[in-house]
Design a binder for this molecule. Sequence first.
Ligand SMILES: *Cc1c(COP(=O)(O)O)cnc(C)c1O
Length: 460
Amino acid sequence: MNHDDLAHWSKRAADWIRAYHTGLRDRPVRPRATPGETAAKLPAQAPETAEPMDAIFADFEALVPGAMTHWQHPRFFAYFPANAAPASMLAEQLANGMAAQCMLWQTSPAGTEIEEVMVGWMRDALGLSPEFTGTIHDSATTATLSAILTMRERALGWAGLDEGLSGQPRLRLYASGQAHSSVDKAARLSGIGQANLVRVATDADDAMDPGALDAAIRADLAAGYRPAGLILCVGATGVGACDRIEETLAVARAHDLYTHVDAAWAGSAMICPEFRPLWHGIDGADSIVVNPHKWLGVQFDCSLQFLADPAPQVQTLGLRPDYLQTLGQAQVTDFNEWTVPLGRRFRALKLWFVLRAYGLEGLRARIRNHVAWAAEARDALAALPGVKIVTEPRLSLFSFALDDDARTEALLRRINDDGRIYLTQTRHAGRFVIRVQVGQFDCTRDDVMMIPTVVGALLD
Ligand SMILES: *Cc1c(COP(=O)(O)O)cnc(C)c1O
């Protein structure tokens, strides 16, 4: 295959993609696939000789779409969205076509500079203080790991990087039980240890209790631990819990902790000023993560981390061996020093395309619709016999259940086997609940109102 063939097949692919997306409503959201089914259809070994693209493309059509969960389906209400607006796909195609590696300014001057400008555009669009700079990671998991590594090194006076952790004081991290598992993962991988991630009590609203945070830090200090950092959530994954940012950050500041706010999902909604009370006080955070690859329409992967001061993170993650020196360019940003991996994709391009192709007003209109339609779906579900709303909508996420866990779980199975909509579960206060989130880029009110229709039809 050469570049002439690529041009030919790219056009075929573009036509296929249009037909796929316009036909999604006719497909079940989740495939009726069984484990091992796809693998069994593939040859055991790679081919020794070249195969024609006709055959490869035909196999793609035959094997892949029917065995995929359709994340861009307008009735995907599971997990959180992983939206991919058409303008994002176009930008990604161009970035893939150039296939540049954006580790240094000089390996991708436009890549680096568009990333810097996009961080600024998004910071302003979200209403954050102009003090923030930032970078784009692959995922919130990496952003949170970067912040927690920074917490570790800042608390150790940057001794851990050289000396390792044995012999260092035992560090402590603080988060509520609502925090995402990426926080647990980072506590483990950073060498701080899961047992040193203190779960601070929450109130009836699932928000961290600032008094309990203060008490936990004081108890740890008295016991000889060294408190290192606080991780807060705005729109946590389970049921959308939001910590009280201003009050909890004030406690962290009084004890000189580094702070990271995980707004991976809900952060996108902050382009609408009316939702910003949910993260009131956010400008006091040291680090914030927002995933445009969830709700905003910029496809995976594109996770923005805002930093009040990049210096501690760069001091933690940056290394400059001789072969990565940028000769004669002292004033440029080499983003690999802000992140865990050295190699970096050109992720800023799709953010640039999406912000321009829809405009902030177009994106706000979508998010406002999703929030309004989620409230309508909540009311229609609440009116069904035996259905109880367990957590009220936070933005466009709420949860419901039947009177016992086994019946709720059986209902969820029936819903997802039906295929018209796709929902997932979580636990809240020990109870099995069905989550509903509305956020697919192109969903309509009718798509959303299919939720109470399907649930109503499948109640036993
Ligand atoms: C989705 C999510 C994450 C993890 O995001 P990745 O980008 O997939 O790593 C972390 N925190 C919250 C609140 C999330 O919703």
